[in-house]
Design a protein around this ligand. Structure first.
Ligand SMILES: NC(=O)c1ccc[n+]([C@@H]2O[C@H](COP(=O)([O-])OP(=O)(O)OC[C@H]3O[C@@H](n4cnc5c(N)ncnc54)[C@H](O)[C@@H]3O)[C@@H](O)[C@H]2O)c1
Length: 355
């Protein structure tokens, strides 16, 4: 992986966010030439700042709603590989501002795809959507890539729209059957489960809520949907999937130009309350305050089938549920208590994972 990514020109949208900062750190470690396009970080603290990423690469702070600006960056930077992560990713915030969510997530994705088409020269691109793109049947059925898409809340709808738009660009302009003749770009769609890991401080997210309650506010963790089941996975799991995917596409594997689920094994399909209870056990402190709130609908059951990625991509989750949590809370324990250098600590986790 390292020798493949070394010196490759890579553009990441959303590099100032939680997943984007981890991905950027990995690619910088691999020796890639990384360029980022995002809004400035909007939480304090934030992982982008803690990893001191800004000074180590070229950053563009631009709203991807600005198509001309985005196309200009693509034209100037001429990336070979694109990872598109930029999005408004919080379900609750999508109820407060559906138009911004749709603009960033659906139109923003169309802008990235159109910039790829206009500028040319890009060999592979991974468009990151989510497990929430599936039409939720509220059943124990784990969703497969061929299942119908839908979206009750504005976030899910905006990401399902992004997914459908990406699929349309793949079929219309970057069809794998025309690869090498009409075009030289392969694009895939990646749908991840609920991602946890160190360095996330986003609002309305469970792990950041736990961390803020215990380390910053010293009050019980408030949970709104204790019984909601989610596929919890450590951030390095889907990121390793995106990296395998982009590499395979770059190497001309046109069979990979399709949609992929990246989630955990079945044992990590757990309820919100089970996750918080386990977190409190690992941290050795904290308590829970259950305040059911169904004023804003969120899915109750969400499970993912990862059979396709295991079989055809050779990707599989490395961590079990306990390790997911251990790695996550080791990171926060270090940040708040032990205070080993954040870059060094994060790199240790990355190195152990990729070993
Ligand atoms: N965190 C999860 O559990 C999870 C699960 C599945 C999928 N995803 C997807 O992964 C991606 C990254 O999520 P995250 O958890 O890192 O979110 P995050 O909020 O931490 O980061 C979002 C990033 O997108 C950028 N962004 C948002 N709107 C933008 C705009 N209009 N123009 C330019 N940049 C913009 C932000 O600046 C930031 O860099 C998103 O596409 C999200 O939908 C996340």
């Amino acid at each position: 992986m390292k020798s493949f990514y070394e010196n490759k020109k890579i553009l990441i949208t959303g590099h100032t966010g939680f997943k984007g900062s981890w991905l950027t750190q990995i690619l910088l470690n691999f020796g890639a030439d990384v360029v980022g396009v995002s809004l400035p970080p909007d939480t304090a603290p934030n992982l982008f700042g803690e990893l001191k990423i800004e000074g180590r690469m070229k950053n563009y702070f631009l709203d991807i709603a600005d198509f001309d600006g985005l196309r200009k960056i693509f034209a100037e930077e001429k990336p070979e590989i694109v990872f598109h992560l930029a999005a408004q990713p919080i379900v609750r915030m999508s109820y407060d501002d559906p138009l911004r969510t749709i603009s960033s997530n659906a139109m923003g994705t169309a802008h990235v795809l159109q910039a790829i088409k206009d500028v040319g020269g890009i060999k592979s691109a991974v468009i990151i959507t989510t497990d929430k793109v599936y039409e939720n049947r509220e059943s124990q059925h784990p969703y497969q890539e061929s299942d119908a898409l839908g979206g009750y809340d504005p976030y899910s709808a905006s990401k399902a729209a992004a997914d459908i738009i990406a699929n349309s660009y793949i079929r219309s302009f970057f069809n794998p059957k025309d690869f090498g003749m009409k075009h030289h770009t392969l694009i895939a769609i990646a749908r991840a489960g609920n991602v946890i890991g160190g360095g996330d401080w986003a609002p309305y997210r469970l792990i950041p809520d736990v961390v803020r309650s215990i380390y910053e506010k010293n009050e019980p963790v408030e949970i709104r949907s204790p019984g909601a089941i989610r596929p919890w996975e450590h951030v390095l799991e889907p990121l390793s999937g995106y990296l395998i995917l982009a590499k395979g596409l770059y190497e001309g594997r046109h069979d990979l130009s399709t949609a992929w689920n990246f989630g955990p094994e079945d044992e990590s399909f757990l309820t919100v309350q089970q996750l918080v209870d386990a977190a409190i056990r690992i941290l050795g402190k904290g308590s829970v305050d259950i305040r059911p709130d169904d004023s804003k609908h969120e899915a109750n059951i969400l499970k993912l089938d990862i059979g396709k990625a295991k079989k055809l991509l050779g990707w599989h989750p490395k961590f079990d549920f306990k390790q997911n949590l251990q790695y996550t809370f080791d990171w926060y324990k270090n940040y708040y208590e032990k205070r080993e250098d954040v870059v060094e600590f994060t790199n240790k986790q990355i190195e152990t994972f990729f070993k």
